[in-house]
Design a protein around this ligand. Structure first.
Ligand SMILES: Nc1nc2c(c(=O)[nH]1)N[C@H]1C(S)=C(S)[C@@H](COP(=O)(O)OP(=O)(O)OC[C@H]3O[C@@H](n4cnc5c(N)ncnc54)[C@H](O)[C@@H]3O)O[C@H]1N2
Ligand code: MOO
Length: 396
């Protein structure tokens, strides 16, 4: 068995970033850039007013009352071509181009209007309330680089820089394969000895949230033939995620068939609780991540291993973030596996309390949890109030 750290390093070492594709900016939200992006425009493209008021010449303002003649208007989208002469002021709106000759904007609250003249009391302050051209960025500036995610703010930046199409890393196509004779698809009739395939929708949702394209293959029944056929159905995928059949049961054909088909295994057990039977390999040019069948084990290991694997395929990195919290109740000494305890963190008190049900099949406890406490392998018993590491669960 290897540690989670070693397993994550192995995933990182084997998985390579997928190729690139051109995508319209309008469809790029949440995706990852495959190459740096350079601004095609300067923003703002002209010196612009930051306020509604009057464009003036700073040299006309003496500090006391000043009287200026108003000449025309520069409105947003309607620049004035008239230069501003000495003793003149031009009406201007926020975002409108500063007329030539002007070098200050006086806000309208500080101005009183008298016919075609304005009276104002303002200090001479060249540049006041003016955004010089290129305050945000200039044409040719590198705005974002390879591996950067396209957040809403990043999309706004690139749209203002004149980009309409981007070179993005292809979204990973993730095949999802459930295994086991006991499974029935949601909505289908169940015999008394059957349960519902509840993990396939969970893994598909995670893949979707983490930037992949889920493709559900179905349930491989407990025969070598069906397992072989279903694995073959996933050959187009970048990564195949299998659910169940990871352990040592008599009816678990998955690992044997995978090896017979030429699959290569890079690790086959991780020293974590839950999630010990998690395995990873490759077959015919795509990667295979095997999650255990127990629902909590599968979902916790998807968070800890599949999320970073998808980030790596997408050309970025995901590191699970641990924060320090205080234990709301004592924890016993830990065994030899690094353990992720389902728990509730209370932001009001800063206390994190383990939930009672720690069974790795109990999905209800994972839904009730808002964090996992990380207990290192062989950790000593920890009293209430001891500091501990937690990972917050971002249930969407
Ligand atoms: N003798 C041993 N037995 C077990 C060991 C071991 O080391 N020695 N490991 C245990 C651990 S830890 C886990 S976790 C489980 C995982 O086993 P598998 O990955 O082989 O999963 P299955 O046996 O196929 O199923 C386990 C459990 O999960 C249910 N299941 C499976 N698929 C789904 C699904 N898609 N949706 C919902 N539930 C699912 C399945 O019915 C079983 O109840 O093995 C221990 N055993
Ligand atoms: O490690 Mo298994 O994933 O506890 O039930």
């Amino acid at each position: 068995m290897i540690s989670l750290d070693t397993a994550l390093r192995t995933l990182n070492d084997h998985i390579q970033t997928l190729g690139a594709e051109r995508v319209p900016l309008s469809a790029a939200a949440g995706r990852i850039l495959a190459e740096p992006v350079t601004a095609l425009r300067t923003q703002p493209p002209f010196a612009a007013s930051a306020m509604d008021g009057y464009a003036v010449r700073a040299s006309d303002l003496g500090g006391g009352d000043t009287c200026l003649t108003t000449v025309g208007e520069s409105a947003a989208g309607h620049a004035s071509s008239r230069p501003l002469g000495a003793g003149e002021a031009m009406r201007i709106s926020t975002g409108a181009p500063i007329p030539s000759g002007a070098d200050q904007v006086v806000i309208q609250e500080n101005v009183s209007l008298q016919d075609d003249r304005i009276q104002l009391r303002d200090r001479s302050s060249p540049g006041n309330n003016i955004r010089p051209a290129g305050t945000d960025f200039r044409a040719g500036d590198t705005l974002l680089t390879q591996g950067d995610p396209l957040t809403p703010a990043a999309l706004s930046l690139l749209a203002s820089a004149g980009l309409t199409e981007l070179c993005l890393v292809r979204r990973p196509l993730v095949a999802i394969l459930s295994t086991g004779d006991e499974l029935v698809e949601p909505g289908e009739a169940t015999r008394p000895d059957q349960i519902i395939n509840s993990l396939a929708p969970a893994v598909a949702a995670m893949v979707q949230n983490w930037g992949g394209v889920p493709r559900y293959i179905g349930i491989a029944r407990d025969t070598p033939e069906d397992v072989r056929n279903k694995i073959a159905d996933a050959s187009e995928a970048d990564i195949l995620v299998t659910i169940g059949g990871a352990s040592v049961g008599d009816h678990d054909h998955l690992r044997t068939v995978f090896k017979e088909m030429g699959g290569q295994t890079y690790f086959e057990k991780i020293a974590t609780k839950p999630g010990k039977p998690t395995w990873f390999g490759s077959l015919g040019g795509h990667w295979v991540l095997g999650l255990p069948g127990n629902p909590v084990s599968a979902m916790v290991m998807a968070l800890l291993c599949l999320k970073p694997a998808l980030a790596r395929l997408s050309g970025t990195r995901h590191e699970t973030v641990f924060v320090t919290a205080e234990l709301g109740s004592a924890l016993p000494a830990n065994g030899p596996r690094e353990t992720f305890v389902r728990a509730r963190f209370d932001p009001a008190t800063g206390l994190t309390s383990p939930l009672t049900n720690q069974d790795s099949s109990a999905a209800s406890a994972l839904v009730a949890a808002n964090c996992l406490i990380r207990r290192p392998a062989d950790a000593k018993a920890a009293p209430k109030g001891a500091s501990t590491e937690i990972v917050l669960l971002d249930h969407p």
